[in-house]
Design a protein around this ligand. Structure first.
Ligand code: HXC
Length: 514
């Protein structure tokens, strides 16, 4: 028996070395950790339970039968993060560049299936040269099998991808289907075709980093939700993200202890909105004051900054926040903001995370660029997402709520559970100037003093519409609240809504405007 035990231990040691010491050194020299080092940092100490450590590839072409490594380039298994279970896989670049063989794909699929069966989130650490070239179409088949499983798991368990090296060609579509993508500056990149192909086809000269690096995807394409300086920071950020999420669509996010006696009126909130309606202010100031411990975990922070999305806790409960940002483009809704908001709302709804919507929106962005690129189609995504969401949904209008954007931003009419407004709220079909110029066009044209007439009509319009009371008269606003009382109001309302039940009509699936 002793000999057999020793043989097992020897094999385990061999598997842990992946592609060998030399390649591990190369990995470190590039500023990257190994697959196993990453797992160690990610999960609770000693909690990793590996599966399929002894799997090898089955290829016999191009001399591969002489190059076999235990594990075949991916480390898979289950572990715990803050005591809660996760399934994970971590591609090992030291074995054939982390490339995906048939067996490598089977290992990933096994953990995806296990995660779905047991209802636990999946975290994929990606670092791969793509399809195992020597295996040809079998490798492509492996990718397709993973895409299918990612799609089937979507909405069943949260799926998180951390891109920590190359991720190119069709391989990008696995992370793309998952819920969140993390990238690391300077060491990770994602693209469908690399700089060489780009050069041949479009004659553009572009570097790896500029074409598909972390900052590009965080700010230009919106593919990456999080960009981190290094792997250690990214992994800490993944752990933090997981703390807001439930394990699966039937579960609830973990609650954190909260001391209700710590709540006092927050007078700072009373003076954030400037006197002039055209002056910007930072909505994040309001968010940070409202969330517990001033701790707001922003998602997609570099993309479409005119809308803010992210997680926080209110009274110890996880919530998703969607907020217009008056400081960027006056908080207008454009194509990118609509898509960013819609995706986040759908994630929260899929995983029972209540939504808080903070509104200061002058409308949708006008212009040919927006119209020709489909602001109608894309704006409809955000509207659709809010309409179909059945989680607790609370809106607070801090200032402007104009036009279609008023309806879209979780208005009462589309099943907002509690819709509050601050006294500074202005709820109307459009901003005063535009409105006056349309409805009093003839009076203004006839008037001898055009400017005085506009001013006069403006004052009348502002007095009538630039307030929350007409909407409140109708019950579209449940209450006009003092900014300083917002937090306590939200704690009480979310608490009341904790057991909320709402459903949508039976169907195969809806047809969100894509
Ligand atoms: C087999 C691969 C491999 C691959 C890398 N390796 N990619 N082996 N299949 N796809 C091996 C190398 O032979 C090398 O082996 C080791 O991994 C490290 O690779 P290096 O080139 O030395 O590393 P580096 O200089 O860091 O370059 C990394 C790289 C490059 C940029 C990823 O290796 C590369 O361009 N690889 C090919 C990428 C590619 O074209 N893949 C197919 C894309 S199409 P040794 O033994 O020397 O350590 C695709 C389709 C998916 O993926 C479709 C899904 C639908």
């Amino acid at each position: 028996m002793q000999a057999k035990i020793e043989e097992l231990l020897k094999k385990k040691e061999e598997a842990k070395l992946g592609g060998g010491k030399e390649r591990i050194k190369n990995q470190h020299d590039k500023g990257k950790l190994t697959a196993r080092e990453r797992i160690e940092l990610l999960v609770d100490e000693g909690s990793f339970e590996e599966v399929d450590m002894f799997v090898k590839h089955r290829s016999t072409d191009f001399g591969l039968e002489k190059q076999k490594y235990l594990g075949d380039g991916v480390v898979t298994g289950t572990a715990k993060i803050d005591g809660r279970p996760v399934a994970l896989y971590s591609q090992d670049f030291t074995v054939f560049g982390g490339s995906l063989s048939e067996s490598h794909a089977e290992k990933i699929i096994k953990v995806l299936k296990l995660a779905m069966k047991t209802g636990i989130p999946v975290i994929g650490l990606n670092d791969s040269g793509g399809a195992r070239i020597q295996e040809g179409v079998v490798s492509l088949g492996g990718y397709a099998d993973i895409f299918l499983l990612n799609t089937l798991a979507s909405g069943v368990v949260p799926q998180v991808s951390v891109v920590m090296g190359p991720c190119a060609g069709g391989a990008v579509y696995s992370p793309a289907i998952t819920d969140f993508i993390f990238m690391i500056k300077n060491t990770s990149y994602m693209f469908v075709t690399g700089p060489n192909v780009v050069k041949t086809v479009t004659h553009e000269d572009v570097s790896f980093e500029n074409l598909g690096g972390a900052e590009t995807h965080a700010s230009k394409s919106g593919v990456a939700h999080f960009v981190n300086e290094n792997e250690v920071e990214a992994i800490a950020s993944v752990r933090k993200l997981m703390s807001y999420l439930p394990l699966n669509f039937m579960d609830r996010s973990p609650k954190v202890e909260f001391d209700m006696s710590s709540i006092t009126p927050q007078e700072e909130l009373d003076s954030i909105i400037p006197d002039s309606p055209n002056k910007p202010y930072d909505m994040k100031e309001i968010i940070n004051l409202i969330v517990d411990d001033n701790d707001f975990f922003e998602v997609h922070s570099h993309y479409a900054e005119n809308i803010i999305v992210g997680f926080g806790r209110i009274g110890g409960r996880s919530i998703g926040i969607v907020a217009n940002q008056p400081e960027v483009l006056a908080g207008v809704l454009d194509i990118n903001a609509s898509v960013k908001g819609a995706r986040f709302v759908r994630f929260c709804d899929a995983f029972n995370i209540p939504l808080l919507v903070l509104v200061d929106v002058p409308g949708f962005l006008p212009g040919t660029e927006q119209e020709w690129n489909g602001i109608i189609r894309h704006g409809a995504k955000l509207l659709y997402a809010f309409c179909e969401a059945t989680v607790p949904k609370i809106t607070v209008i801090t200032r402007k709520a104009y036009g279609g954007a008023y309806d879209v931003m979780n208005s009462k009419h589309i099943r907002g559970d509690f819709n509050f407004a601050w006294p500074s709220a202005e709820i109307a079909v459009m901003g005063p100037k535009g409105a006056v110029e349309i409805i009093f066009k003839k009076d203004i044209e006839k008037s001898e003093n055009r400017e005085a007439e506009i001013e006069n009509k403006l004052n009348g319009y502002i007095e009538k519409f630039a307030n929350p009371y007409i909407a409140a008269e109708r019950g579209y606003i449940d209450d006009v609240i003092l900014p300083r009382d917002t937090k306590i109001k939200l704690i009480n309302s979310f608490s009341l809504l904790e057991k909320k039940v709402d459903t949508n009509p039976r169907k195969k699936h809806g047809n969100i405007p894509l």
